[in-house]
Design a protein around this ligand. Structure first.
Ligand code: ACO
Length: 362
């Protein structure tokens, strides 16, 4: 069976919803989130403030950022108190699958909005699973800290320096929302059926985990480690491409130029004053040139995952948790889209073209 129109099967450019949350301009390499360009927003707003703004845009209910910030802390505490139930089916699974099981075990809290319950719980589950699997006890959240600072604290390195907290917050803000990406679409489809936010986020998380979407940063780091030194860049990349492999951290369904989030995250790494950006930049330059040569008609440039991998590695986040960290940020976007879908969307139900037998008695 051959696909007759590749773009139709990938739903390229199909409008499935109207949104006030974020806009991706793939030709100009521009990302607008909550009305502001990502390169401005990423260094100007806390994660909690952005969450309050996105959720307000989504359901039309104004939120006070201070109240939302306080609720985030309460949601972290609540998730920690519920860890025995949340981790019951999760602790013996690999981290990605463990996250799925733990997210699926989350449920409503009587005094907190579901979007905050879900978003607040994510770093608690992530850090508790990481620590449990390393035979260390989970660390309770400290609600006097910001969401980003508390995430680093719960990982177990004590109070992180402000430079690290800033870098993580920049990451969380930068990847918080991104138009109708695959996981957000999955979440919106579920929300469009009338299912609640817990169902929607569980499905969205599952869609995130694949290597073509949010599962890419771990393989990016594996690629950088496997290349190892400057002399091996050319043979390694040429071999991979000639085997028909995809270079992780490059290419995007919408962007035809460099993903603007790559620059933001590169700046955040530079702000840390750590990490080997020189070698990464050499790999990036070679990969872009090799892809341009191989696919002259299809621009394939650096995407967000390339510098995500380097940033999270520099922050000493274990690589098996990279996708979970992405989920910690994107849950705010997923829940905002689910709220927006519930408020103004219709049931999402596309069509398929039947290519089998039996129609009309034939
Ligand atoms: N390395 C090598 N070749 C590539 C790459 C890549 N990174 N990306 C696309 N190609 C090739 C495809 O194999 C295809 O070749 P073919 O025509 O011979 O089959 C050609 O370029 C055209 O690809 P498209 O079909 O236009 O790509 P699509 O829009 O379906 O894919 C995607 C986008 C999935 C992101 C792709 O570029 C990819 O797999 N990249 C690597 C994984 C990655 O970095 N994922 C993270 C994306 S960002 C995010 O989701 C947060």
């Amino acid at each position: 069976m051959t696909l007759q129109d590749k773009s139709a099967y990938g739903l390229d450019g199909v409008i499935a919803a109207e949104t006030a949350l974020s806009h991706v301009d793939g030709e100009r390499g521009e990302l607008i989130v909550a009305g502001a360009r990502i390169d401005t927003l990423a260094f100007a707003m806390s994660f909690e403030e952005l969450a309050a703004r996105l959720w307000s845009l989504a359901d039309g209910q104004p939120r006070d950022p201070k109240t939302t910030t306080r609720q985030f802390g309460q949601a972290r505490q609540r998730a920690f108190a519920r860890l025995p139930q949340l981790l019951a089916a999760a602790r013996d699974l690999p981290l990605g699958a463990g996250m799925r099981a733990a997210i699926a075990a989350l449920g409503p809290e009587p005094d907190l909005p579901p979007e905050v319950v879900l978003s607040g719980a994510m770093p608690v589950i992530t850090t508790a699973l990481l620590r449990t699997q390393a035979n260390h006890p989970p660390i309770p959240p400290d609600t006097t800290r910001s969401h980003a600072a508390d995430l680093l604290y719960m990982l177990g390195d004590g109070a992180a320096p402000p430079s690290k907290v800033r870098a993580l917050q920049t990451y969380l803000v930068t990847v918080c929302d991104h138009g109708m990406n695959a996981s957000t679409f999955a979440g919106r489809v579920i929300a469009s059926t009338g299912a609640d936010l817990f169902m929607s986020v569980t499905g969205a998380y599952c869609a995130l985990t694949g290597p073509l979407h949010g599962g890419a940063p771990e393989p990016v780091l594996a690629m950088l480690n496997a290349i190892g030194q400057a002399e091996r860049i050319s043979p390694w990349i040429e071999d991979a491409l000639s085997r028909g492999e995809r270079l992780m951290g490059f290419g995007h369904r919408v962007y035809r130029v460099r993903d603007p989030r790559a620059n933001v995250l590169k700046d955040a790494i530079q702000g840390l004053g750590e990490g080997d950006l020189g070698f990464a930049a050499q790999v990036e330059a070679y990969a872009r040139a090799a892809l341009a040569k191989r696919y002259p008609q299809r621009p394939l440039d650096t995407n967000v995952e390339f510098y995500t991998a380097i940033l999270l590695d520099t922050l000493r986040i274990p690589r098996q948790a990279f996708t979970a960290l992405f989920a910690c940020a994107r849950t705010v976007g997923w829940t905002a889209h689910a709220l927006e879908q519930q408020r103004m969307g219709r049931l999402l139900r596309p069509a398929s073209r039947y290519i089998g037998e039996g129609v009309g008695g034939r």
